[in-house]
Design a protein around this ligand. Structure first.
Ligand code: ADP
Length: 406
């Protein structure tokens, strides 16, 4: 009995096939740049060498067909027949206020996901296309949706309301939702497991620093606040997104540069963040760090802005939780950049109640395992925890499946 995890985005479909129990990866890969001349299918299974082929795929349906053909291939397939897939776990970005737990997908759930396309126009439509392709081609499997917003459903009203007329919340559903929830949940649980302390007894701040960046305050195992908001644009500085910005500055720029809402959205989502600040022609943190280390003062300032914003949120979230026990770094930058971790924590050595002191050697030690990087004198534990959203989706899918069957 295998579990297939599908993450269908606007131009790619990622997948991982887990064996019985949902912990062992049988095969994984991605169909990327769908609908272009350069669509590629990357596939890796436990048997044989990984492959990377040019394919003709122009829809989520064709992508799922390509994936299933590889998974059941006579030589390098991982299963003999599609009926061995008991359940498919789909990553869905926006479940809004109605879908706050992983859920078996039926017509009602699909119609709610479709309703939330309004709030997540770039993500929910391809997520839905992935679900429908999988329903058509793996009809015997239970389809489960796991939501990126769900972990944040516990954020209290005082932290999710914006101070605008209340009917914009009650009628237009404008509020803080938060994203990256699957990752924040996974790494906070892993941190507790690593420390051998029940997650219910910990105040944790998780820093998911990838292309998109967000932080979450996790108290007693629940998200109580997070840096992303109504959309993934709010909060930290990201690769190409601006993060926190005075709304009056947006209005000012729109008026004085005659920018339409679409043009402004493109500017703030695709042409801001590290890309705009560092001026090195790249939003890749490795390029920004290399330029800063090479003496580029603009890149160095960009790095300062990026790290300062994270430090500011650490203070805010420690205050929100009445203290801090564990700080977790994860995702591409969080897992791999000692320099970012060092800059973020510098200045917190004497912080009252949440003093953070890194051990320089532990911080630079590279590993793919969870590890502690704080010094003996640190009040707060600082962990690097590799995120694994696919595994979290597989686990949630299994839990939902056993709930549905019992
Ligand atoms: P995504 O949000 O697309 O899943 P990832 O979690 O893979 O992104 O993170 C991508 C980011 O991680 C890129 O900005 C890249 O620069 C950064 N990154 C990867 N390796 C390193 C490294 N060794 N040092 C600094 N940044 C890194």
């Amino acid at each position: 009995m295998a579990i297939l995890v599908i993450n269908a985005g606007s131009s790619s479909v990622k997948f991982t096939l887990f064996g019985p129990g949902g912990e062992i990866v049988l095969a994984s890969g991605i169909v990327e740049r769908i609908g272009t001349d350069g669509t590629r299918f990357k596939y890796r299974s436990r048997e044989g060498a990984p492959s990377d082929d040019l394919v003709q795929v122009s829809s989520a349906d064709e992508a799922v067909g390509t994936i299933l053909a590889a998974l059941t291939h006579q030589r390098h397939g991982a299963i003999e027949h599609i009926t061995e897939i008991a359940a498919v776990g789909h990553r869905v970005v926006h479940g809004g206020e109605s879908l706050t737990h992983p859920t078996v997908i039926d017509a009602r759930v699909k119609s709610i996901i479709s309703e939330y396309c309004r709030l997540a126009p770039l993500h929910n439509p391809p997520n839905l296309a992935g679900i429908e392709a999988s329903e058509r081609q793996i009809p015997a499997a239970v389809q489960v949706a796991v939501f990126d917003t769900a972990f944040h459903a516990t954020i209290p009203r005082h932290a999710f309301l914006y101070a605008v007329p209340l009917h914009f919340y009650t009628e237009d559903r404008v509020r803080r939702y938060g994203f990256h929830g699957i990752s924040h949940q996974y790494v906070s649980d892993e941190a507790a497991r690593f420390l051998q302390v029940p997650v219910e007894n910990l105040r944790i701040i998780t820093c998911h620093l990838g292309n998109g960046c967000s932080m979450t305050a996790v108290k007693d195992g629940c998200s109580i606040d997070t840096s992303m908001g109504f959309t993934p644009l709010e909060g930290l500085v990201m690769g190409t997104r601006c993060g926190d910005l005075d709304p009056a500055a947006v209005l000012h720029l729109m008026e004085h540069h005659r920018l339409s809402p679409a043009a402004m959205s493109e500017l703030l989502n695709k042409r801001s963040g590290l890309l705009a600040l560092a001026g090195v022609g790249s939003n890749d943190m490795r390029d920004v760090i290399a330029a800063a280390e090479g003496g580029d003062s603009r890149a160095s300032v960009a790095l300062d802005v990026f790290c300062y914003r994270i430090r500011k949120y650490i203070g805010a979230f420690a205050a929100a939780m009445g203290g801090l026990d564990v700080l977790v770094f994860t995702a591409g930058i969080g897992e791999n950049s000692p320099e970012v971790r060092r800059r973020v924590c510098t200045g917190l050595e004497e912080a009252d109640g949440f003093a953070i002191v890194l051990d320089a050697q532990r911080n630079t030690f590279a590993s793919h395992q969870s590890r502690a990087i704080q010094a003996e004198s640190s009040r707060v534990k600082v962990l690097v925890v590799p995120t694994n959203e696919e595994l979290e989706i597989a686990r949630e899918t299994l839990r939902t499946l056993s709930g549905a069957l019992s």
